[in-house]
Design a protein around this ligand. Structure first.
Ligand SMILES: [Zn+2]
Length: 282
């Protein structure tokens, strides 16, 4: 069984409802954290997880809403008995190390039990995280100086793909092909913000995220990295992404999780079962 917990579902700008995007992908003996925004240790605590419980970390890029909590995550790992494997592009790894050095100068990072793994910021790369778990990463369109990676994880017969802070592009369509769950940014809404040009800011609308999911033949698309306005109207985003198709679209709230069993995240004809942080189903 694999569980995907949406620790945070918001973008860079403050919203009372959603914190910065972060995910937890868990299977027996496997716990992967995706992104370390400013409040990551509190996001973990909210779902009863600690920094020392995490074995693997993937950070897509260096922007603060994805990286600034890294020193806090690291600090909360002092004398951790098992290593945390940190995977990111080499520019991002350099930033994470710098962040630690700047905010906790003089503290010996050997006590944090961190192992850094630099991913290519040019070519697609596939790594085996542990037996039965692979991660494939690709560079996606991103601002100059901010190389951003999308990731595909294959485990327990499932394919989960994560893409954020980018414009619609063929790389993500290829990476996400046949995914059981595509977790894609939808920073903006074409319906609620028709005058906004998300591509100019390396972002995507819910409508575009839906198109990507259909082109990639994904079973479910979860929309994340929502801006404060769009985040208050999840029903609009679902309709916008679905269009007049039967694509399954979800807009998870912070702390909600999807349980994937038997190689599928789709529980029945209604789609996935979503639980809130108290374990209640909706
Ligand atoms: Zn972001």
């Amino acid at each position: 069984m694999v569980e995907v917990t949406f620790l945070g579902t918001g973008g860079a700008f403050a919203s009372g409802r959603r914190t910065n995007v972060a995910l937890l992908v868990e299977a027996p003996d496997f716990r992967l954290l995706v992104e370390t925004g400013p409040t990551i240790v509190h996001q973990l605590a909210r779902v009863n997880r600690r920094a020392v419980d995490i074995n693997w970390l993937f950070v897509s890029h260096l922007h603060g809403d994805h990286s600034l909590g890294f020193p806090m995550l690291a600090l909360n790992r002092v004398d951790a008995p098992t290593p945390l494997h940190v995977y990111a592009g080499h520019t991002t790894v350099r930033t994470l190390k710098e962040l630690w050095r700047i905010v906790y100068p003089g503290l010996d990072d050997l006590r944090l039990n961190l192992q850094y793994h630099e991913l290519s910021e040019v070519e697609q790369e596939q790594v085996v995280l542990q037996e039965g778990v692979t991660m494939t990463t690709s560079l996606v369109p991103s601002p100059p100086g901010v190389p951003t990676l999308a990731a595909r994880w294959e485990l327990d017969g499932l394919v989960i793909v994560f893409a954020t802070d980018t414009v619609p592009n063929d790389t993500v369509v290829e990476l996400a092909h046949g995914a059981d769950l595509l977790i894609h940014e939808a920073s903006f809404s074409a319906v609620l913000q028709p005058g906004y040009e998300p591509n100019a800011h390396f972002h995507t609308t819910a409508q575009q995220a839906g198109e990507i999911a259909r082109r990639a033949e994904c079973r479910i698309v979860a929309l994340i990295h929502l801006n404060p306005l769009a985040s208050r109207h999840p029903d609009v985003l679902v309709e916008e992404a679905r269009g007049d198709t039967d694509l399954r679209v979800i807009v998870p709230e912070d702390g909600e999780r999807i349980r994937c069993e038997g190689g599928s995240c789709v529980a029945d004809e209604k789609g996935p079962v979503i639980e809130n942080p108290r374990g209640e189903r909706k």
